[in-house]
Write a protein that binds this ligand. Structure first.
Ligand code: FES
Length: 167
């Protein structure tokens, strides 16, 4: 017999190792994919958000809206609520003001007060004018403005640009 023949024992060792490797790869690759997938997922913060049809939003008065953004950071998902007020100045689809309801002081939610003709913040008595300008109180900046677009079906979509810096 020449030395190039495998013994039965060596053959069994090699065959067992090969089968074990195939089983490990078959089980291990999906598990690794499952574990690293959250880290590879794209964060959708900053994507446009449809907030309603123009025909459902009255002209001449502030119309509240809200939305939730879920941020994904690896395996952690954080849902945050945001909101604002839409003011249609006329029937024209490009004559709209959209303000954030988040106070620029410490992020409390402001409310429109018709008799005061202002947005009032309940936390530290701040007052914002109808265009979001600071009238009174500690806020360092006006209320945020949302950019928007209206599609052919009259759906109003906002771009939450003010949230991008928080992402
Ligand atoms: S959070 Fe609005 S005034 Fe402080």
């Amino acid at each position: 017999m020449s030395g190039s023949h495998l013994s039965r024992r060596d053959f069994m060792k090699a065959a067992t190792g090969a089968v074990g490797g195939v089983i490990t790869a078959a089980l291990g690759i999906p598990v690794i994919g499952f574990l690293i997938a959250p880290a590879l997922r794209e964060d959708k913060a900053g994507a446009p958000i449809a907030v309603g049809k123009l025909e459902d939003i009255p002209v001449g008065k502030f119309h509240p809206f809200s939305f939730t953004i879920t941020k994904v950071n690896g395996w952690e998902r954080t849902a945050s609520n945001y909101g604002g007020f839409i003011l249609r100045n006329s029937e024209a689809p490009d004559d709209i003001l959209i303000l954030s309801s988040r106070c620029t002081h410490l992020s409390c939610t402001v409310n429109w007060n018709e008799s005061a003709n202002a947005f009032l913040c309940p936390c530290h008595d701040a007052k914002f004018g109808p265009e979001g300008q600071v009238l009174d109180g500690p806020p360092p900046e006006p209320l945020g403005h949302f950019e928007y677009s209206v599609d052919d079906q009259g759906v109003l979509t906002i771009v939450p640009v003010e949230l991008k810096s928080e992402a």
